[in-house]
Design a protein around this ligand. Structure first.
Ligand code: PLP
Length: 400
């Protein structure tokens, strides 16, 4: 439509939302559908956090807040960065936004000129490329493979950097693969970045607390303090604190960048919801023990799903160290036919047939830039996960 902005032709609607929509439609028709498509915990927000929000309403904390967030919250975030990541940010180096999404958007809006390149490892979280495109930048994708469990190598990063590179997006643990970088693996990447002082690092640490076994989370500016002056460390409450609907994300970074992001946000939403911000103060300053309990539950689910998927014929599923996703390959099933005669030519065909025949909704890997794979979100009960993996096993066994 001529009325719409040209830039919209560069972006696509989210594939993960499309899958959830299709699953909802089938459910409405009375089909028995299990949806493993959504990227949110099945757990509820802890009660102390809910209470802090109710108290804030009762106290009348219902007015506009500073654009960057209330000082109490920015101080709680600074304390969190110090305590958990060994990073020192003053409260004016911190911005609070309406979800991690807005933080990313602010950063791109504030820094990208037409033609600036942003390095994005594949598979990627669906929104990165479209946000970059909306802000007139150019996504530059770098491949990872199943052999390295979808982790970027230093060589691949080095080869992707050009004089036009502005940002490198780093996401560990990753959505969609669950891949998490050890300190040594991350150090190999930060060594490359040290040699290219014009490249800034945007680290999306959203799944920081969801790591399993004895895996230890680390973030770029912690592993390589020399990168502190060109790193934006982004995080949020959606996943570990089960607060997806509250909409709160934050970042720490160099003052000039944070000021520029505040300028963007000040003309857009201003400060995020005052009530959410007071809930966030409690989330960060209050008891943290529920995180370890939920982490244990996620770990059990991961182990179950990985084991059951690897028993499905034609599926290969690495065991990732973090997040609540697995990203198995269905390459061996490409070219086979379903019992109703449909040929599986792509991973999208695979997930469509799986949904139609067995009522399990998952997202095709190519939506995240890498296939033939699919993403399962295991933020579901053990019963539902067992049932869906049994259905996947049955579906794979019928492919000829
Ligand atoms: N980054 C990653 C890797 C994500 O998976 C998500 C949510 O799915 C976000 C950022 C955005 O989170 P929110 O906007 O809910 O804070």
């Amino acid at each position: 439509m001529a009325f719409l902005a040209d830039i919209l032709s560069r972006v696509q609607p989210s594939a993960t939302i499309a899958v959830s929509q299709k699953a909802r439609e089938l459910k409405a028709q009375g089909r028995d559908v299990i949806s493993l498509g959504a990227g949110e915990p099945d757990f509820d927000t802890p009660d102390n956090i809910k209470k802090a929000a109710k108290d804030a309403i009762d106290r009348g904390e219902t007015k506009y807040t500073p654009v960057a967030g209330i000082i109490e919250l920015r101080e709680a975030i600074a304390a969190k960065f110090e305590r958990e990541n060994g990073l020192t940010y003053s409260s004016n180096q911190i911005i609070v936004g309406t979800g991690g999404k807005q933080i990313l958007f602010n950063a791109f809006m504030a820094t990208l000129n037409p033609g600036d390149e942003v390095i994005i490892p594949r598979p990627y979280w669906v929104s990165y490329p479209d946000m970059v495109l909306l802000c007139q930048g150019e996504p530059r994708f770098v491949e990872t493979t199943l052999d390295t469990e979808f982790k970027l190598t230093a060589e691949a990063l080095e080869a992707a950097i050009t004089p036009k590179t502005k940002w490198f997006i780093f996401n560990s643990p990753s959505n969609p693969s669950g891949a998490a970088y050890s300190r040594d693996e991350l150090k190999a990447l930060t060594d490359v970045l040290l040699r290219h002082p014009h490249v800034w690092i945007l680290t999306d640490d959203m799944y920081e607390h969801l790591v399993y076994g004895d895996f230890e989370f680390c973030t770029p500016a912690q592993v390589e303090p020399e990168l502190y002056d060109r790193t934006l460390t982004m995080n949020g409450l959606s996943k570990a604190y089960a607060m997806t609907g509250w909409r709160l994300g934050y970042a720490g970074g160099p003052l000039e960048l944070i000021n520029a992001m505040n300028l963007v946000q000040g003309q857009q939403t201003s400060g995020t919801s005052s009530i959410t911000q007071w809930a966030a103060v409690e989330a960060l300053n209050g008891p943290q023990d529920f995180i370890a309990i939920r982490r244990k539950a996620f770990e059990e689910r991961r182990d179950l799903v990985v084991s059951m998927l690897n028993q499905a014929s034609g599926i290969e599923c690495p065991k990732p160290d973090g997040a609540f996703y697995v990203f198995p390959s269905c390459e061996q099933l490409i070219g086979k036919s379903t019992s109703s005669g449909k040929v599986i030519e792509t991973d999208e065909d695979f997930v469509t047939a799986l949904l139609e025949e067995e009522g399990v909704a998952v997202v095709h890997g190519s939506a995240f830039g890498l296939g033939p794979n699919f993403r399962i979100s295991y933020a579901e009960s053990i019963e539902q996960l067992t049932e869906s993996c049994q259905r996947i096993q049955r579906f794979c066994a019928t492919l000829k």
